[in-house]
Structures are given as structure tokens and as C-alpha cells.
Design a protein around this ligand. Structure first.
Ligand code: UDP
Length: 495
């Protein structure tokens, strides 16, 4: 055990800095917050992790692991008022919403957790030291003020996208742009960044949430600082620029996915996997090192049935081994029919299809994986970076198009498949916009021989090594976590 961890075990509860973590109930937000809880506890802090019964049931593997490791993480299960806010019983996660029109109800139900959370915290012997809240839970600002403690925000973005989003809001960059396809440049961004309006974060049009969006932004500006799931060696220029531009203190504590590499925990990360992990590993073991392309679009993106078919055909004609995750929500009968009607048979020696929740990190970090076709959600992007493999970028919505620019233009560890249009969350497009040829071309650019591909693979490997170093003892993120705990502990003591 490291010196920090040895110290951590010798602290009693009243000496520990106590963080209250309030994650947004959506996989891309909750998963990194569980990692954050784990890291903070490993570094000697005490954590109260706020959750709800259904969300807790998805992470029982993690909860058991925490108990077995004797870490000071308390899982606080609050009743989620789904029915009270017009949602179906048990609808406690954004990935369960049947339509994005219900997102406002969902956010309102989250805000109603305020009272039970205050009641819980008031019952504790000591006030917590600090709240780390998902940006979407603007209502935790009041709680922090009530208890006289700092509130830090977390929204799952990298520094590059955080800065881009900040500039959009600060300058009202999108307001007078009529043409969705007009290129917008970002004033004050440290390197050239240009995106069409349609590809900008914030273009995610969810009905009725303007006021909530305003509240989020205002509370973020009032917060003491920001915790970012990234690391200095990846994007120092943008992190520093974000700090300078916003005047907010930033703690970079990532890549948090590297916090716990216990194989059981990895296999059940975020949810129970829908495929037997041993079967998956056996399949991967049977393939050559660096030969397999992994295809997965995260937990929220909807891909049209015709697009799935086109993607499958592209994978088939690429002639490379692949693992393709088709989400439960994408289970269209026509796609199932098409898969059964010859496709699965034709690719049976080199294609593995996972329907539902995949043990993504376990797969990505296997030595047979040589490339990752991703929707560019930040967690997936970072998991791919940690795996040291190059990426094929296929953004759908939100800040994913910004992440694509970071990967392709700045890190130079990926190629675009060439997505032109946004696929709004909950509004899958009607037709395929990326052709099978585009898929095949991107796969061969990434996986084939040749100087450019070789260079990209080398760069990806180097970032993978730097990522691991950042969280090792003495690394930049390791030190940043210690600093965060120290500073929040001292703030509470009025030092
Ligand atoms: N994930 C997973 N299995 C799946 C789909 C997603 O383990 O089948 C995990 C993935 O590893 C990542 C998270 O879910 O940690 C998705 O977050 P991301 O930011 O990439 O995308 P989002 O789902 O928020 O769009």
C-alpha cells in the first residue's frame, strides 16, 4: 500500500475530510462519480454517495467491493419521487426515459431530493466538509450554503469541452446564428476551434428546461471550483485556459476509470453485463494482439435501424475482427431480422455481437483490441485513451462533437467516420447518414499498415502510458486528489 493509503487507514472518522457526492442518475455521469468515491476513499477521505434504490441495485458489485475493501463510503439511498413527477414507477435513471419530453420531469424529480438530503445530512454527527455535485443538480447550491460548506461541480466533460461550453454561454455564441450549418469560431480558445451550430454543446434541445439550464449555470458560477475527469499531460493548455478564463479552481483527478482494476468490478461496471464475461474474454483471447475493433456508442445514443445495418455492412467488408455492442434500446425488430438473415452467420468467425450492456472497460483493455469506434462520450473516449488504442469518432450529440475535435485535431489519435448531422437524443434519425464505405475506410485507416496509422497507434500508446502515470503515486492526478482532500478538509476547519 502507498504511504497515502497507509495513512488513510489510520484516520478516524472525525479527522477525515467528508465529501458528499451527488451524481446525476445517468450512466455517463454516475459511473465516473463511483470512481471518484473510490479514489477519494482510497486517499483517506470519507464519502457519502447519494443514490436511489434502483440506481444502487445496478452497482451492487461495486458496493460489495467497497465493503470488502473496508473503504469509508456510505451509500445513501433516497426515495426517488418518479410517480409524483409524472414518471413511471421505478424510472430512476435518464436511460429509462421513454421520451426526451420527460427529461424536465426527471430533473424536477431530482430537485425534490433536496429535502430528504438535507434531512439526512442534518442527522449526522458532523457536517460534511464539501459537496461535489453534478452540474445538473443546481439545487445542491442551497444545501452547501445552508451547511456553510463549499460546493464543487462535476459534469463529466474534459477541460477542452468545458472551455468550449463556457465560451458558448458567456458570449451567447449560438443565439443569432440562423443557419445550423454555419461554422462558428470560438473567441479566446487557445487553438483554432470551429464547429457548426448543430454540433455545439447546448444545442441539445430538451423542451422546457431553459430555466433549469439557467439555474445550473448560475450555480456553477457560484461554486468553489470544478473537478475534471482528465489529466494534465493530456490537455494542460485547455485546463489552464479554463481556469484563467473562468477564475475557477480546477482539480484534475482522472482518468478515474483507472482507479480500480479488479476484474470483477470492471466486468460489472455501471450495470450487470448482458454477456457472460468469461465467454467474452475467451473470444478475445482467441484473436491476435491489436487486431479487434470494438464498436460501442455509450448508454444514451440512439442509432437508426438503417444506420445499424449500414454500420454492420461496413464492419463486414472491413474484414477485421470486431465486437459490436447493440444497445437494448436499439433492439429494432428489423435489425434483429437482418442480423439473423445471414449477417451473423457470415461473420461468425470474427464478429461478436453484444446486445445490451457490455463490460466495456474489460473489453477495451484486452490486448486484442486494436481500435475503438466510439460516440465520443467523454468516459468512453477516456477509457479508449487509457487502453492506448486509436479511435474512430462517431459523435451523436451534446459535447461529443467537441471531443471529436480534441481527439482528431489535438491529440491526433483518431480518425473521423465523417458524421455531418446531429442525432438528437431520443430522436433517432430516420435514415443512414454514414455509409458502409465510410465505415470501411475509417476502419482501414485506423487498423491497416502504413506510416500514418503506425504513428497514430504510437501516439495513442504514449497517451495510454501517461494516463496510467497520472494516477500513480506522485503523478499529477494523484497529487491533485490529495490536494483536493487537504484543501476541503482545511476549509471546513476554517484554516
Ligand atoms: N458503458 C458500458 N457498457 C455499455 C455502454 C456503456 O460499460 O454497454 C459505460 C462506458 O464504459 C462509459 C459509460 O458507460 O463508462 C458511458 O459514458 P459516456 O460518457 O461514454 O457516454 P454516455 O453514455 O454518457 O453517452
Amino acid at each position: 500500500a502507498s504511504a497515502t493509503q497507509a495513512l488513510a487507514h489510520n484516520l478516524n472518522a472525525s479527522e477525515r475530510t467528508h465529501f458528499v457526492l451527488v451524481p446525476m442518475m445517468a450512466q455517463g455521469h454516475t459511473i465516473p462519480m463511483t470512481d471518484m468515491a473510490y479514489l477519494l476513499a482510497k486517499h483517506g477521505a470519507q464519502v457519502s454517495f447519494i443514490t436511489t434504490p434502483l440506481n444502487a441495485s445496478r452497482i451492487t458489485g461495486f458496493i460489495d467491493h467497497v465493503a470488502a475493501a473496508g473503504l469509508a463510503i456510505q451509500f445513501v439511498k433516497l426515495h426517488f419521487p418518479a410517480v409524483e413527477f409524472g414518471l413511471p414507477e421505478g424510472c430512476e435513471n435518464a436511460d429509462m426515459l421513454k421520451s426526451r419530453d420527460l427529461f424536465k420531469n426527471f430533473l424536477d424529480a431530482c430537485a425534490a431530493l433536496r429535502e430528504p438530503l438535507v434531512a439526512y445530512l442534518s442527522q449526522q454527527r458532523q457536517s460534511p466538509s464539501c459537496i461535489i455535485s453534478d452540474m445538473m443538480h443546481w439545487w445542491t447550491g442551497d444545501i452547501a450554503r445552508e451547511f456553510g460548506i463549499p460546493r464543487l461541480t462535476f459534469n463529466g466533460f474534459c477541460g477542452f469541452a468545458y472551455l468550449a461550453r463556457y465560451i458558448i454561454v458567456r458570449d451567447n455564441l449560438l443565439e443569432h446564428v440562423e443557419d445550423e450549418n454555419e461554422l462558428i469560431s470560438f473567441p479566446g480558445f487557445p487553438t483554432l476551434l470551429e464547429l457548426t451550430k448543430a454540433k455545439c454543446p447546448g444545442s441539445l434541445s430538451v423542451p422546457g428546461i431553459d430555466q433549469i439550464r439557467k439555474n445550473m449555470y448560475e450555480e456553477e458560477m457560484r461554486s468553489t471550483g470544478v473537478v475534471i475527469n482528465s489529466f494534465q499531460e493530456l490537455e494542460a493548455l485547455y485546463i489552464e485556459s479554463f481556469e484563467q478564463t473562468t477564475g475557477k479552481k480546477v482539480w484534475t483527478v482522472g482518468p478515474m476509470c483507472l482507479c480500480n482494476q479488479d476484474s470483477n468490478t470492471l466486468a460489472a461496471r455501471g450495470n450487470k453485463a448482458s454477456m457472460d464475461e468469461a465467454h467474452c474474454l475467451q473470444w478475445l483471447d482467441s484473436k491476435n494482439s491489436g487486431s479487434v475493433i470494438f464498436v460501442s456508442f455509450g448508454s444514451m445514443a440512439c442509432t437508426a435501424p438503417q444506420q445499424l445495418v449500414e454500420l454492420g455492412l461496413g464492419l463486414e467488408s472491413s474484414n477485421k475482427p470486431f465486437i459490436w455492442v447493440i444497445k437494448a434500446g436499439d433492439k429494432f425488430p428489423e435489425v434483429e431480422e437482418w442480423l439473423a438473415d445471414g449477417f451473423e452467420e457470415r461473420v461468425k468467425d470474427r464478429g461478436l455481437i453484444i446486445r445490451g450492456w457490455a463490460p466495456q472497460v474489460m473489453i477495451l483493455w484486452h490486448k486484442s483490441i486494436g481500435g475503438f469506434m466510439t460516440h465520443c462520450g467523454w468516459n468512453s473516449t477516456l477509457e479508449g485513451i487509457c487502453a492506448g488504442v486509436p479511435l474512430i469518432t462517431w459523435p451523436h450529440f451534446a459535447e461529443q462533437f467537441v471531443n471529436e475535435r480534441l481527439v482528431v485535431d489535438v491529440l491526433k489519435t483518431g480518425v473521423e467516420v465523417g458524421v455531418k448531422a446531429v442525432t438528437q437524443w431520443g430522436h433517432e434519425q430516420k435514415e443512414a447518414t454514414v455509409s458502409m464505405d465510410a465505415v470501411e475506410t475509417a476502419v482501414s485507416k485506423l487498423m491497416d499498415e502504413g506510416e500514418a496509422a503506425e504513428e497514430m497507434r504510437m501516439r495513442a500508446k504514449e497517451f495510454g502510458a501517461k494516463a496510467r502515470k497520472a494516477l500513480e503515486e506522485g503523478g499529477s492526478s494523484y497529487n491533485s486528489i490529495n490536494l483536493l482532500i487537504h484543501e476541503m478538509g482545511n476549509l471546513g476547519k476554517g484554516i
